[in-house]
Ligand binder design. Structure first.
Ligand code: ADP
Ligand code: MG
Length: 334
């Protein structure tokens, strides 16, 4: 995901705007975080020393954790609501990539102050996001410090059915969901403080984790991962994990409409920046009919962008010819 280079110094939003009232940790948790929607399988939730969770029979636990640090993973003065939504979506995207169903989450929150206004906005958005993915907040930790959110999402998948990135097969077709580059474009404009349309803004602030797609891809895709660090870098990782190579047709990448007026090189930089949280997956050619009906059912674009090849590494093509990208290959740009 987007990481501002650590060589720069960061301002923190300390103190956060708004009133701070004296509240101990127990009151803060009770007031803002105890009311998560109840989901099945929670034997013991918030309030005890640890959560006790029951897996549905015949399922495996899928777990992933992410930390979002102010000034590093989200801009200073990012809104409380956007932070909650982005933090949950970014984490749930990892469950989507595994074909898992989200069930529960825990959250470690580091806050500069107990600002009730900020906490109300943050917790309301967090609960809404939990509801969206049918997921219950079952525990966490709250400390005073620089603003940071760590979320551990817990999901389930039927025994042995998790989608993985190391199981791509030779000649698989590589697909990506949705469109690319919207998050990078939105972020660049947020940092420039440009006003932008809500559709574009939401690409960065409220990505949608592709949970339904991930679950539908079980039995169809040979391999899958989410695009967090950019479609080119992530495809190269998938191929490497599977001990194969990959060729990508740059002219087939589904670009966010905001990239259409850019030069080719600039559009490629934005499209391969990452942060879009779409799914990248590979499918054998005889499974394509099944895939097309998933796209129709979910009303979601699923675009073929390349192929798994035997020779290790990443080959980028433009209209059938090898085309090296001008920018620093498929690495992040500033
Ligand atoms: P302990 O000291 O035993 O680790 P805490 O005092 O940190 O427990 O937390 C008390 C209860 O509140 C625990 O059940 C914990 O999981 C929950 N909790 C603490 N912080 C959060 C949070 N930010 N979100 C959700 N639950 C939390
Ligand atoms: Mg304890």
């Amino acid at each position: 995901m987007w990481q501002k280079k650590p060589t720069k110094s960061y301002k923190t939003a300390n103190p956060l705007p708004g009133p701070s009232v004296k509240m101990n940790e127990d009151e803060l948790i009770q007031n803002f975080f105890a009311s998560s929607v109840h989901q099945e399988g929670v034997v013991v939730g918030i309030g005890d020393d640890a959560a006790v969770l029951e897996l549905p029979p015949g399922h495996q636990l899928v777990s992933s954790v992410d930390t979002l640090l102010e000034g590093v993973h989200f801009p200073v003065n990012f809104s409380a609501e956007d932070l909650a939504r982005r933090a949950v979506a970014v984490c749930v995207s990892d469950l989507a990539a595994m074909g898992a169903q989200a069930k529960w989450m825990t959250m470690a929150l580091s806050l500069p102050s107990a600002d009730t206004h900020w906490l109300l906005l943050f917790s309301n958005a967090l609960h809404q996001e939990c509801e969206k993915y049918s997921m219950q907040l079952v525990g966490g930790d709250t400390v005073k410090g620089k603003l940071a959110v760590t979320i551990n999402v817990l999901g389930v998948v039927k025994n042995g059915q998790a989608l993985r990135r190391d199981t791509a097969q030779l000649d698989d077709i590589v697909y990506v969901s949705g469109s690319l580059g919207g998050a990078a474009l939105a972020l660049s404009q947020i940092l420039k403080k440009t006003d932008l349309e809500s559709d574009l803004l939401n690409c960065f602030t409220q990505p949608t984790a592709r949970i339904e797609l991930g679950r539908s891809l079980i039995g169809i895709a040979n391999s899958c991962m989410d695009v967090s660090d950019g479609v080119l870098l992530d495809t190269a990782r998938l191929a490497k994990a599977s001990n194969l190579g990959v060729q990508i047709d740059l002219d087939k990448l589904p670009l966010n409409p905001g990239l259409h007026k850019m030069s080719f090189d600039e559009s490629m930089e934005f499209a391969s920046f990452g942060d879009d949280y779409e799914l990248l997956f590979t499918v054998a050619s005889h499974k394509i009919d099944g895939l097309n009906s998933i796209a129709e059912n979910l009303n979601l674009a699923l675009t073929p962008i390349g192929r798994i090849i035997r020779k290790p590494g990443l080959v980028t093509l433009y209209q059938g010819d090898v085309r090296e990208l001008k920018s620093s290959g498929y690495q992040h740009f500033e």
